[in-house]
Design a protein around this ligand. Structure first.
Ligand SMILES: *Cc1c(COP(=O)(O)O)cnc(C)c1O
Length: 464
């Protein structure tokens, strides 16, 4: 499989090359040159496979022979071995036709583990093969950081620097990052918001002069294609368990950076029968305004109970827009460069295509808490606030449809106890492996909201 940039300004890349970078050299995002397509017969034949075998079927066409099959199989198996559910991504029925896909059974309790457990091991394999060392730099609105540290800290070939917005992540989220041990692990609390962190990371990738000789930066946020790839798998897994591919299903996906739902969009275009895809946002609702009103203008960021979706600029949305603009890099670049203009929209015809593909809803904090309380009272299931946003959007958009509606449960509720207590419920306990989290020693540095503060820190601390 070859990969191309959404900006059309660089040569085709291999999977391994894409794995070892972030943005494409021309500033675009890598996407597969063409999407593999599976027949219904093929998908139907996967019903009995376990999660790792199913993953192999879905990801192999994207990797080709770049990684030997037995090695890849071993990486996948090891990545999911520590999940505290044998099913890896179990499906819970709330009521008739309404399901929750539990993606929080990995080591850091959020869906990011699905990709980052694999990414860390893939990097280790490829870097060893190349006899190479790299610096990982990532920004997190909370959950990417801990999952990336957990997935990559064992690799002696990486130094990993994770930026989070100072005092804008939950205490559990912060502690999950800042208590990770290791001489190659660095946490930076930037005095700004998540979009500031993302901007700094982007600028650092464009520079790279500050790195020790012979190093390059690798991205671990969802601009890294390998992350999207691993997220496609659970859409197939979930659909197969509720009658797919003979029964079409719908998904509701709590999103901010458009990473997770983009993986669902790919699953659909790879042949999985998907009826509707619901974009579920909190009050940071640019994606909802775009889908519902053809309005992609930026507004101010607000702080919500679902902080992992407190994002203004959806860095991953570009991959979808590339398809929407019939893979025309010029049209895409023109749209993106209007980023700061007052009102950004696409043509009426393009917007119709958006609406054929997606539904959307925006859910505020009060409603999020009400949904958490209501679902707990009805079913005994405790939803995390991101999942509650997703479920509410599913109910708003899919009510009355005949197909099974699956909401992605992106985090464990214990990660976001503020929302749970605000909903009038007792704060849930952390799972056993994290029960001493509040006693562990934290390590992080607060830095100014400036590129130079971050690059200077990396220059000083990356191991020679
Ligand atoms: C990262 C995250 C999201 C949003 O993911 P996208 O990549 O923006 O789709 C939603 N919920 C939780 C708990 C997350 O950690």
């Amino acid at each position: 499989m070859k990969y191309i940039s959404t900006r059309g300004g660089c040569q085709e890349h291999t999977f391994k090359q894409v794995l070892l970078t972030g943005l494409a050299p021309d500033g675009g995002l890598f996407v597969p040159a063409e999407l593999p397509r599976f027949s219904l017969d093929e998908i139907r034949s996967w019903k009995e496979l376990d999660y790792a075998d199913l993953a192999m079927k879905i990801i192999t066409p994207f990797i080709g022979d770049e990684i030997p099959t037995d090695k890849l199989r071993q990486i996948i198996e090891e990545s999911y071995a520590d999940f505290d559910s044998d099913e890896v991504a179990p499906l819970t029925k709330l009521k008739d036709k309404e399901y929750i896909l539990e993606l929080f059974h990995g080591p850091t309790l959020a869906f990011k583990d699905f990709a980052l457990q694999v990414l860390g091991r893939l990097l280790d394999y490829v870097l060893t093969e190349n006899d190479q060392r790299v610096v990982i730099l990532g920004a997190t609105s909370g959950d990417t950081g801990s999952a990336a540290l957990e997935g990559c800290r064992h690799s002696d070939r990486v130094d990993i620097f994770i930026l989070h917005p100072h005092e804008r992540v939950s205490e559990v989220q912060r502690r999950q990052m800042t208590t990770v041990p290791g001489v190659n692990v660095f946490n930076l609390a930037v005095q700004g918001n998540f979009d500031d962190c993302q901007r700094i990371v982007k600028a650092a990738f464009a520079d790279q002069q500050f790195l020790p000789e012979g190093r390059q930066l690798v991205a671990v946020n969802s601009i890294n294609w390998a992350r999207i790839l691993m997220q496609i798998v659970y859409y197939f897994s979930a659909a197969l368990r509720v009658g797919g591919p003979d029964q079409a299903v719908s998904f509701s996906v709590p999103t901010g950076n458009f990473g997770d739902i983009y993986a669902g969009y790919l699953a659909k275009h790879m042949g999985l029968p998907v009826e509707r895809l619901v974009v579920a946002t909190n009050t940071n609702d640019i994606l909802h305004r775009f889908v519902s009103n053809n309005d992609y203008s930026a507004t101010d960021l607000s702080k919500t109970y679902s902080p992992s979706m407190d994002i203004l600029v959806s860095s991953n949305f570009e991959r979808y827009l590339f398809d929407l603009f019939d893979r025309n890099p010029e049209t895409l670049a023109a749209f993106m460069s209007g980023a700061d203009s007052q009102s950004r929209s696409v043509s009426e015809q393009q917007w119709q295509r958006v609406r054929d593909e997606f539904d959307s809803a925006s859910v505020d904090d009060a409603t999020t808490c009400a949904v958490i309380a209501e679902v707990y009272a009805e079913t005994g299931e405790l939803l995390d606030p991101h999942t509650a946003v997703g479920l509410k959007a599913a109910r708003d958009c899919l009510n009355g449809h005949g197909e099974p509606a699956i909401t992605l449960a992106t985090a464990h509720p214990a990660k976001f106890s503020d929302a749970i207590t605000a909903a009038g419920l007792a704060a849930p306990e952390l799972p056993a492996h994290l029960s001493d989290l509040f006693d562990r020693e934290e390590r992080y540095s607060v830095v100014a909201n400036e590129l130079a503060a971050v690059t200077g820190f990396i220059t000083d601390h990356a191991r020679r």
